[in-house]
Design a protein around this ligand. Structure first.
Ligand code: MG
Ligand code: ZN
Length: 267
């Protein structure tokens, strides 16, 4: 499993979109795979425990600034960046939006986000297949999102290990497109168990593909009865009002929790 791979950490490159002074670190890292099963399990637990500690620090840092952080996960090509481009154009008038973009290579998605009108940093994970809490911590230092803003964290396209890594976000959501199989929830149960919201994207393509929305919903509910399912099209905008309502509800919750904290703080 990737938690034990050892790649990612020292090969990670974090770049503010529009920063011309971008240099790749040499890919001189090795991939020390642990072979004994017991060693693998112990190392995995250690990696995840360290990650969870940093994630809690990120969560505190974000809460102090009333920033709502959302971790967006999906397989490659489900439309995460397209959904963010539309969201920035249509929702950024209400609250400032910043984005942390995770990809193995290239600055392409951070440049798309910047062109849509939001500040973004690109995290290049090199051989790594997920974002971890320390990458987000470092990205936050570069990005320095404003108080009361929305922070979208677009994870590396992968339905497997991003589910394991807490980044310090308030909400985890998974995006699936109707061009993928309706059986994805039962094939990748950890991802669908972790996500509070399941966005079904590209519904404009439903007439052309064999995707059973009802069956998909049953599969999701069998793994995560509390998950909310939101069909939409990031291309046409169909269904996106419910998406903005979902964001707004969470942003207001975040604020009211914070004001309760302020009122009843024992300090
Ligand atoms: Mg993307
Ligand atoms: Zn991974």
């Amino acid at each position: 499993m990737c938690a034990t791979c050892g790649c990612g950490d020292d090969s990670t490159v974090i770049t503010l979109a529009g920063d011309d002074h971008h240099h790749h670190h040499p890919h001189d890292h090795e991939h020390p795979h642990a072979h004994a099963h017991t060693e693998t399990v112990a190392l995995e637990q250690k990696v995840l425990a360290k990650n969870d500690l940093i994630a809690e620090q990120n969560r505190d840092w974000l809460a102090e600034r009333d920033i709502l952080a959302m971790n967006i996960m999906s397989s490659p090509g489900a439309g995460k960046t397209t959904l963010l481009e539309r969201t920035i154009r249509e929702a950024a008038r209400r609250r400032p939006v910043t984005v942390i973009e995770g990809d193995q290579e290239t600055l392409l998605d951070a440049e798309r986000i910047r062109a849509a009108g939001a500040r973004a940093v690109q995290v290049n994970t090199g051989a790594g297949c997920h974002l971890d809490a320390d990458m987000v911590r470092r990205a936050l230092q570069t990005l320095n999102p404003a108080e009361g803003s929305l922070l979208f964290i677009e994870n590396v396209g992968n339905l497997v290990c991003p589910a394991l890594f807490d980044l310090g976000e308030q909400s985890k959501l998974v995006v699936i497109s109707v061009t993928e199989g309706a059986d994805k929830p039962i094939k990748y149960p950890h991802m669908f168990a972790a996500a509070g919201l399941v966005v079904v994207n590209k519904i404009d393509l439903l007439p052309y593909v064999d995707f059973d929305l009802e069956k998909f919903g049953d599969f999701v509910k069998s793994i995560n009865p509390g998950a909310q399912i939101l069909p939409l099209s990031a291309t046409t905008g169909d269904g996106t009002p419910a998406w903005y309502d979902w964001i707004e509800l969470r942003a207001n919750c975040q604020m009211s929790l914070r004001s309760v904290d302020k009122t009843f703080s024992p300090e």
